[in-house]
Design a protein around this ligand. Structure first.
Ligand code: MN
Ligand code: MN
Length: 270
């Protein structure tokens, strides 16, 4: 391995969800779908995830401490400090703030590619600054990332558009989603890259198992093609907001496993 080991870590936390709980149950369901005999272990880019030495599953984070965010930040810091490359399975999107805090201890000038129906840039949501509607406001105001590129956005409020302008966020809105070829340059990063994938970026027809269904989203195919087009040194990723309580016959778990496999494959290959 020329770089650290991609390391899967379940983060079963949904305590900052504003509407519905359930995302905390996601990690084992995603793992189950990843290992289902209905599909093989290869990714589309030709990586065999069946080769055990190429990645590690660290299991699920256990929350012994009273403060979940500290537990998340500490667990991620340990993986990052060991030189490895965490791929966290949420959980709600609030976990990305403590995760990025851990990354910022090691990496300056992070580029974050953020797939989501929502900008998650609220200064506060219903009086809560740590809500899953706020992580990217916290990350940007703390200067923890050099670039934030948001892809698939289709719910921006006036306030969130102001926030995006204030933080210099590059927004690729869903209503004008360009062809992959047109955004290839924007999906290229100098320095370390982090991918944050909120599954509600997908159309609810593809992935109904989310708390906030937002029609008019990406197909699974479009999302995978955009992920494949990312160029740079991927040092970590998260996959969040799958809510098994809202799933229909496990279809969202299958889609989640597919996306996680493709992200993992890119982390191994590049
Ligand atoms: Mn989100
Ligand atoms: Mn979302």
């Amino acid at each position: 391995m020329k770089r650290g080991l991609p390391t899967l870590l379940g983060v079963p936390f949904d305590g900052q969800s504003s509407y519905l709980r359930g995302a905390a149950d996601a990690p084992p369901k995603i793992r189950e779908a990843m290992h289902c005999d209905a599909c093989n272990s290869w990714t589309e880019l030709g990586v065999d995830l069946g080769r055990k030495e190429t990645w590690h599953d660290a299991g699920d984070l256990e929350f012994f401490e009273e403060d979940a965010f500290s537990a998340i930040e500490n667990a991620l810091s340990e993986i990052v400090a060991a030189g490895n490359l965490p791929l966290s399975l949420g959980g709600d999107h609030s976990i990305t703030f403590p995760i990025i805090k851990a990354f910022a201890r090691k990496y300056s000038a992070l580029t974050i590619f953020h797939f989501d129906a929502h900008p998650d840039l609220y200064d506060e949501f219903e009086g809560n600054r740590l809500s899953h509607a706020c992580p990217f406001a916290r990350i940007m105001e703390a200067g923890l990332a050099k670039r934030l590129v948001q892809i698939g956005i289709r719910t921006a409020t006036h306030h969130q558009r102001e926030q995006a302008a204030r933080f210099g966020v590059e927004v690729i809105e869903m209503r004008s989603l360009p062809a992959v070829e047109e955004v290839r340059a924007q999906l290229k990063a100098e320095g370390p890259v982090y991918i944050s994938f909120d599954i509600d970026v997908l159309d609810p027809a593809c992935a109904p198992g989310v708390s906030h269904r937002e029609p008019g989203g990406m197909t699974t195919r479009e999302a995978i093609n955009l992920l494949h087009a990312i160029q740079g040194e991927i040092v970590g990723a998260d996959f969040v907001e799958y809510n098994p309580v809202r799933d229909v016959s496990g279809i969202t778990a299958t889609v989640a496993a597919k996306i996680v496999k493709e992200i993992l494959g890119k982390m191994i290959a590049e």
